[in-house]
Write a protein that binds this ligand. Structure first.
Ligand code: UDP
Length: 372
């Protein structure tokens, strides 16, 4: 056997697991450690006694337009061709979100709805997305009315609950994730490839790390002196923590879930229902929809956003705004001087990655690393 590069992966989420597998095909000896007692990070799921696929950290729906990402993951799983739809409770009606022509027709009298739909079609392209903050800039009176309505009823209170700030105080990319849709497509995502791993996310990750060059150690805390024993490290934990918070803490939002089981076939009419204006929770997810599991029971989670407090709860979302990006840039500068460690993932890069973006980042790091 030739020289083996010793690599340490700190964190066993989707980013590091994907990258580890990609680098395992080289002459490497890979050790993955994680503080938790399971792999998969916040994508971790398990099948409960009803055979329902429970996403332990809230609903995860895979979607991508990136054929390379899809192909990579598809080596480790087959997919249930699930197409995600979300309804939001608005003025007593469950309407499709992203807000689209169907939502408009459901909520407004016929003539009013026609006026708004025609105005949308005259200003924007059919079957395209318009971010709410852009729609608010329209000079058309019908669209101004619509924009204010959608802003108030879909975005404002949901965003205040979710982020504790107003929509305009976040990076526009955040609310831009859920635009207004100029058409009748009720799906949450229009990506070419969408689905849920047929045997769950965790099984997909188990297959990913099932490789002779990969070892996984769970319940294992990272210490800086571990770095000395390896040729290179990939750190998907929080970058501010790695540098002992020397410039201050990077802010995050956290979530709390109440999981409830009901002895009835269904709780709600689709997998996710958003409650922008009512209650303290933002949404309720019902898990049996994802793999269309048949059971006399059903499991749901009520999702309560909360502040991230170090030592108390988990990091879920980086809070992306100008001030926090500047703070992150300081850590990034520090990271550049640290040639032995590569940072990645939501916490390592301080980016609001979707699962596919995390895998795309792993693919690009793997290419750089293989060519070095
Ligand atoms: N959003 C909202 N109302 C909704 C859905 C989303 O205001 O009904 C905003 C909110 O700020 C949210 C962001 O859009 O945090 C992104 O939503 P997404 O569903 O993509 O969030 P995730 O599923 O990643 O939590």
């Amino acid at each position: 056997m030739g020289f083996q590069l010793k690599l340490l992966f700190i964190g066993a989420g989707i980013s590091n697991l994907s990258l580890a597998r990609l680098l395992a095909s080289l002459e490497t000896k890979i050790t993955i450690i994680d503080l938790k007692d399971h792999i998969g990070g916040n994508c971790f799921d398990y099948f409960d006694e009803n055979s329902i696929d429970i996403h332990a950290y809230g609903t995860h729906i895979f979607h991508t337009d990136d054929a390379e990402v899809w192909k990579f993951l598809s080596q480790f799983t087959n997919w249930y061709p699930y197409q995600h739809e979300v309804k939001a409770l608005v003025d007593g009606q469950l309407v499709p979100v992203p807000f689209n022509f169907n939502s408009i027709e459901q909520l407004f009298p016929k003539q009013m709805a026609e006026g708004m739909i025609n105005a949308l079609l005259s200003e924007f392209e059919f079957n395209k997305k318009v971010p709410i903050l852009k729609l608010r800039e329209s000079k058309n009176l019908d669209l101004q009315f619509l924009a204010e309505y959608v802003y108030e009823k879909i975005f404002l209170h949901y965003t205040e609950k979710q982020w504790d700030v107003r929509p305009e105080d976040l990076d526009p990319l955040v609310t831009g994730r859920v635009p207004v849709f100029v058409g009748k497509d009720n799906r949450y995502f229009q990506a070419k490839y969408q689905g849920i791993p047929l045997e769950g996310y965790t099984r997909m990750f188990e297959k990913m790390v099932d490789h002779p060059n990969i070892e996984v150690h769970l319940n294992t805390k990272f210490h800086k002196n571990m770095l000395d024993e390896y040729d290179h490290c990939f750190f998907s934990g929080a970058i501010d923590e790695f540098f002992d918070y020397k410039f201050g803490q990077l802010p995050y939002r956290s979530l709390k879930f109440d999981f409830l089981t009901f002895n009835r076939p269904y709780f709600q009419f689709n997998s996710v229902v958003n409650y922008p204006n009512n209650y303290d929770f933002t949404r309720i997810g019902e898990y049996k929809y994802f793999l269309d599991t048949q059971s006399p029971n059903t499991v749901v989670s009520y999702e309560y956003p909360e502040a991230f407090v170090l030592g108390k709860n988990e990091r879920y979302y980086p809070i992306i705004n100008e001030e926090n990006k500047r703070l992150y840039e300081k850590y990034l500068e520090e990271a550049k001087n640290n040639k032995k460690v590569t940072f990645l993932g939501r916490l390592g890069d301080y980016k609001y990655y979707d699962m596919d973006q995390a895998v795309a980042r792993a693919l690009s790091i793997a290419k750089l690393f293989s060519g070095r």
